[in-house]
Design a protein around this ligand. Structure first.
Ligand SMILES: CCC[C@H](O)CC(=O)SCCNC(=O)CCNC(=O)[C@H](O)C(C)(C)COP(=O)([O-])OP(=O)([O-])OC[C@H]1O[C@@H](n2cnc3c(N)ncnc32)[C@H](O)[C@@H]1OP(=O)([O-])[O-]
Length: 408
């Protein structure tokens, strides 16, 4: 939700309330929309400040809502309505203004931030693009090159850097909310048109096509096969060449293609998994409290059981003739699944570790867990070890002979 109060008799304060990061859930969007209506109707109110509860402006759209059917007022018209207000609106940024949080702040007429606050449009890291106007407003505010950098990498930057780029108007080491309220009282009556980012032209260099093509080639190389960075460049291209309303249409269309993609679901799953895993320590406290004794599993065992089971499946795939050679499997892992390139791929890595060692480990874990079928060593792995563990480059030859032999 979002609370509404009036300070000094004239400054409306809208506070986002959705701990821990004040994500823009349906309830928060409904609260902001109602509060905006109240400020418009209240003749005593001459300016507005938007802030987040507990020193955090906003962590963006509520990612947990992405899995279900979306309800509540949509973000884009809500932000457009804020920008269109005829009373100055100031965002008081403390903690974070990320994704939809920064997009909300970009819809405000001014942004005042604490120096240590973090801002950014990290949607690309979730397989998305900033689709609440961020891809169209940010380049209009700070120019195309800087917007390309921020949006295609998704990096978070400190407010002090955001000030240099022109994303925020002022930073403070003190209380950003107090400063924003004082600022809001001072600027009443100043023209708002130049502060509506959607009405500004998008500053871009003369060789804009060359720049966009170069960045597109870079993101394709850096994140091979990833859809979101490519879509981000497409949205920024629209910001340069199309009027705001049409750019927003393009942003929506590109987001639509990403939103239901397997890549976006996988990256959002990874976001929550990472946080869940970091809470494991708390689970240990829970066990201790109830006198439970967890079985000790060394990190090495987890790694080996995951890694060698995966490699073992690779040997089974080769044996079944579903892949012609180990290079096919390694290429899929390196270029499709982000396997660290410097480790060559799971089959190459097995060769580096030593096939005999991989076999020995699989036998060991299979002995401990006979009910886990994927730990059963592949017959091909056994034959390769028996043949003296040839180098990975020789396996194709070995397989061909093996297949011919098995057909005789
Ligand atoms: C049309 C839409 C367009 C729009 O452009 C799309 C977006 O905005 S996409 C969004 C773009 N925004 C982003 O990509 C920002 C994503 N968030 C972050 O990068 C970090 O969480 C942040 C830096 C904010 C805080 O770091 P920290 O202090 O180390 O804290 P932490 O990381 O441990 O998180 C604490 C708890 O908050 C939870 N939670 C967090 N964010 C969200 C969220 N948006 N939603 C829901 N939940 C969220 C998190 O799961 C965790 O829950 P739990 O149950 O306690 O495990």
């Amino acid at each position: 939700m979002a609370s509404y109060s009036v300070l000094h008799g004239s400054v409306a304060l809208i506070t986002l309330q959705n701990p821990p990061v004040n994500a823009l859930s349906a309830a928060v969007r409904a609260g902001i929309t109602d509060a905006v209506q109240r400020t418009l109707k209240d003749p005593q109110v001459t300016s507005v400040v938007i802030c987040g509860q507990n020193g955090r402006f906003c962590g963006g759209a509520d990612i947990r809502e992405f899995g279900g059917s979306m309800s509540g007022p949509p973000l884009v018209p809500m932000i457009n309505a804020i920008e269109a207000m005829d009373k100055p609106v100031v965002a008081a940024i403390e903690g974070v203004a990320l994704g939809g949080g920064l997009e909300l702040a970009l819809g405000c007429h001014y942004r005042i931030a604490h120096r240590q606050a973090l801002v950014g449009l990290p949607e690309v890291t979730l397989g998305l693009l900033p689709a609440a106007g961020g891809s169209q407003r940010l380049p209009r505010l700070i120019g195309l090159p800087a917007a390309l950098d921020l949006i295609t990498t998704g990096k978070h930057i400190l407010a002090s850097e955001a000030l240099k780029l022109g994303i925020v108007d002022q930073v403070t080491d003190g209380n950003a909310l107090n400063m924003a309220v004082e600022f809001a009282r001072r600027i009443v009556g100043k023209p708002l048109d130049p502060r509506r980012i959607s009405t500004l032209p998008c500053p871009s260099p003369p060789d804009v096509d060359f720049l966009l093509d170069r960045v597109l080639a870079q993101v394709r190389k850096r994140a091979r096969g990833a859809l979101a960075p490519v879509a981000c460049v497409g949205a920024l291209r629209a910001a340069v060449f199309l009027p705001f309303a049409q750019g927003m249409e393009k942003e929506r269309e590109l987001m639509g293609a990403l939103f239901d993609s397997g890549q976006a679901r996988a990256l959002q799953y990874a976001f929550f998994s990472q946080r869940l895993v970091s809470q494991l320590e708390n689970h240990c406290c829970y066990w201790a409290r109830y006198g439970l004794v967890p079985r000790h599993i060394a990190p090495e065992e987890i790694l080996e059981r995951c890694l060698y089971a995966l490699t073992n499946e690779g040997f089974n795939i080769l044996q079944d003739g579903m892949a012609a050679g180990p290079e096919d499997i390694d290429a899929i892992y390196v270029f499709g699944y982000g396997w660290p390139r410097h480790r060559g791929g799971p089959m190459f890595h097995a060769g580096q570790v030593g096939l005999a060692r991989v076999l020995e480990k699989l036998e060991h874990y299979q002995h401990k867990h006979p009910d886990v079928p994927y730990l059963k060593p592949s017959p091909l792995l056994r034959r390769l070890v028996a043949a003296g563990s040839p180098a990975v480059q020789k396996w194709r030859e070995f397989l061909n002979k093996d297949r011919v032999h098995s057909q005789l």
